[in-house]
Design a protein around this ligand. Structure first.
Ligand code: GAL
Length: 712
């Protein structure tokens, strides 16, 4: 009897540290469950539905590692996870990092926060998804603050253990011995884990994106140019701004109004300031008639002077932000009251979207972890998901109105992949903004390296050149009042790039459609590019790779160049630089502007001069360009397309088309047309575009082909 009790007491302990069981839920995607997962997690907050249509068509891939080496242990209300790491493996992702791309050897405490200058896990989108250079990804689906030990901790039962060395005599001793695991601390009694086996790192990311619903498809106008005006601008100044863009011939698709459109801000009323904006509906219409939309800044914290204050009060948290109440976005009544307010006189008059600020916020002004919310969502879970909830409910507002939106938000997390929002912040380091763009593609979010102001014309142009190769081409002049032409010395070059952005609209729109339907991030790291190896930057260094492979790897991260869509390799220049190195993956690469050969699988040094941001194109690329219109074309417009071919190889491009503004594409009202460049009997390159599909939207006018390398 006594023995049985001892056995029974030991059972839970013995059962606790066990390999996880995995169920394949889509080809190459497995779900594992540890302990008892909580009802509220990142994917339930986002309410994302896997994009089954695309997922079911994917090839089966093998389970990515030995399942016996994954451990899950639940104890004291916490879950402890271990995943394997091989010696030559690199780890990417785990959220929107600004200074690092390689995460092996790092410890990250994932926590939604305004980025504070260090990659420690506190960031705008601390997405608990990592991607391995071995071609798989891991999502730990908890809305708690989790800690990831990414090849830092060494267990006594490690399979591939480092050997102890004598520091007295062994110069190879290190304070950071080799670790063969990623370990995760989850402060909850259980958690769901998803594994994505992609064959390649890009394949893993695509599966992750599709599993979370596919990527966001902006309206066409979202890919044009946007200017945010000074915070206290009034209606007349906004109209004057739109007129000036037109008069000077700079493209403009939407204007962002900053806090001053509201009668009170920080906290907000969500009501127009009738002094500055006496006729908001008239203004919105007047701008729409000129082809310019409005986007409205806000934070969700409700001012005591807001008309919705008394109604929403019972549906808010125990703590305030700047004396404004915090709507519980898991309480349907709070959502109804808040979104009704946004609908009336804003969405229903044609306002195109919102900039949802401060949903990240620093600890000292957001609600503390002791706050309570009526829905029962804990304060930490609310912190991890508030940006996602705000995106979800505002995106629904637009879906209900049958209009696509494209807005800005300062916090996100896993599962928000297909929400039409772009992240931004106040940190304003140009190089680090580019690293964020590189990392955004690992974690299912979009990021804009916005331009605000600059100390010099050179810096202004350099920042402008890179923002046009990003998800949102934006000047945020809320405090500076800058305009594209503010630095006359470089106004011509700025205009060239603003026009180039418009010319690339068919390309970027098609690339976003690939994100939507196939999960391919439109802006992504070189590590996701075929023919690129993470260790291609330098020769192996002097360190003992047997014991410290990750230490070498971190010095080789490539964080200042990225892929923009299928074909463009963008290598931004920063103020003060006159030359830079660019790593070209395997295969022939060509200069985007001239079509000239640039290199193959090598590191080149370039001196492009101030006028150009270095951009390279793969052999056989076929890129659609349109005319530099001042506003995005409407659903009934026809635009002429010039397909530019680079290099000597035959190639093709799938051009996406739909009405550009509604959700009709979800009912099949879209088409992919294939532009093909091939060699004819005389060996000359010629191009053709497949016919439009009967009954589908068709915005393509005259089609021409230009052979950039041949015409050199
Ligand atoms: C900041 C935001 C800026 C601008 C400003 C207006 O929080 O990041 O982009 O909107 O608020 O007060």
């Amino acid at each position: 009897m006594k023995r049985l009790i001892v056995l029974l007491l030991m059972l839970p302990l013995a059962a606790a540290a066990q390999p996880m069981e995995w169920t394949e839920i889509f080809p190459g995607i497995w779900k594992g469950v540890a302990g008892r997962p909580e009802a509220y997690d990142l994917l339930t907050a986002a309410e994302c539905e896997p994009f089954a249509r695309s997922l079911e068509r994917l090839e089966r891939t093998p389970f990515p590692f030995d399942p016996a080496y994954v451990n899950a242990e639940v104890s004291d209300g916490n879950t402890y996870l271990r995943f394997p790491l091989e010696r030559d493996e690199q780890i990417y992702g785990l959220g929107l990092n600004f200074q690092t791309v390689h995460q092996r050897g790092r410890i990250l405490g994932l926590h939604v926060d305004h980025y504070g200058g260090r990659d420690n896990g506190r960031t705008h989108a601390p997405v608990p998804f990592y991607v391995s250079s071995a071609g798989y990804g891991v999502l730990v689906n908890s809305a708690r603050y989790m800690t990831f030990y990414i090849g830092t901790a060494v267990r006594s039962d490690a399979r591939d253990a480092p050997r102890a060395r004598d520091r007295n005599t062994d110069s190879g001793w290190t304070s950071r011995p080799y670790s063969d695991a990623v370990e995760v601390y989850v402060p909850a009694e259980g958690v769901e884990v998803y594994l994505f086996s992609g064959g390649t790192p890009l394949g893993a990311v695509e599966r992750y994106n599709l599993f979370c619903g596919g990527g966001a498809l902006p309206p066409r106008w979202g890919l044009g140019f946007t200017q945010r005006v000074e915070k206290l601008s009034d209606a007349a100044q906004v109209v004057a701004e739109a007129e000036e863009f037109e008069r000077r011939g700079y493209p403009l698709d939407f204007i962002g109004l900053e806090p001053g459109w509201q009668s009170r801000a920080y906290p907000c009323t969500f009501e127009w300031d009738t002094g500055r904006f006496p006729d908001p509906a008239g203004l919105t219409r007047q701008l729409l008639d000129r082809g310019v939309r409005l986007n409205l800044w806000m934070n969700p914290y409700v001012s005591p002077e807001a008309s919705i204050y008394n109604d929403i009060l019972p549906h808010t948290g125990t703590h305030t932000v700047w004396c404004g109440v915090v709507p519980d976005l898991n309480d349907p009544e709070a959502v109804r009251i808040w979104t009704d307010r946004l609908r009336q006189g804003q969405v229903d008059t044609g306002v195109s979207g919102y900039k949802i600020d401060e949903v990240d916020g620093y600890d000292h002004y957001l609600w503390p972890d002791v706050a309570r919310f009526p829905s029962g969502t804990s304060a930490d879970q609310m912190r991890q998901t508030y940006g996602v909830l705000a995106q979800k409910v505002t995106a629904r507002l637009y879906r209900d109105a049958g209009m696509r939106t494209f807005g800005l938000v300062r916090a996100s997390n896993a599962g928000a992949n297909n929400m039409p929002y772009v992240l931004y912040n106040d940190y304003y380091s140009h190089p680090d903004f580019i690293t964020a763009l590189v990392n955004s593609g690992f974690c299912g979010v979009l990021w804009t390296p916005e331009v605000r102001s600059s100390k010099t014309a050179e810096e202004w142009l350099r920042r402008f050149q890179s923002v046009v190769f990003s998800p949102m081409a934006m000047i945020n002049a809320w405090s500076s009042g800058t305009k594209p032409w503010s630095f006359p010395e470089v106004a011509g070059q700025v205009k060239y790039y603003a026009e180039l952005r418009m010319m690339l609209m068919p390309y970027f729109y098609s690339e976003f459609a690939r994100y939507r339907f196939e999960g391919t991030p439109p802006f992504r790291a070189m590590a996701l590019e075929p023919g690129f190896r993470y260790d291609s930057r330098t020769e192996a260094g002097s360190r003992d790779l047997e014991d410290n492979p990750y230490l070498e790897a971190v010095t080789r991260e490539v964080k200042d160049q990225y892929m923009a869509g299928k074909f463009l390799l963008v290598a931004p220049m920063f103020a003060g630089q006159t030359s830079r190195t660019v790593i070209l993956p395997q295969g022939n690469w060509y200069n985007f502007y001239t079509g000239r050969y640039a290199g193959n699988g090598e590191e080149i040094t370039v001196e492009p001069g101030l006028d150009f941001i270095p951009v390279y194109v793969r052999d056989g690329s076929v890129i659609p360009f349109m005319q530099p219109l001042l506003h995005s074309p409407g659903p009934d417009d026809k635009v002429d397309i010039e397909f530019r071919h680079y290099g000597n190889r035959e190639g093709s491009y799938r051009l996406y088309d739909d009405d550009g503004t509604t959700f009709a594409y979800e009912d099949g009202l879209y088409s992919w047309r294939t532009a093909t460049v091939s060699r004819n009997a005389c060996g000359e390159l010629t191009g053709s575009l497949s016919d439009p599909e009967e009954g589908k939207p068709n915005t393509v006018g005259r089609v021409t082909f230009r052979f950039m390398t041949r015409s050199e």
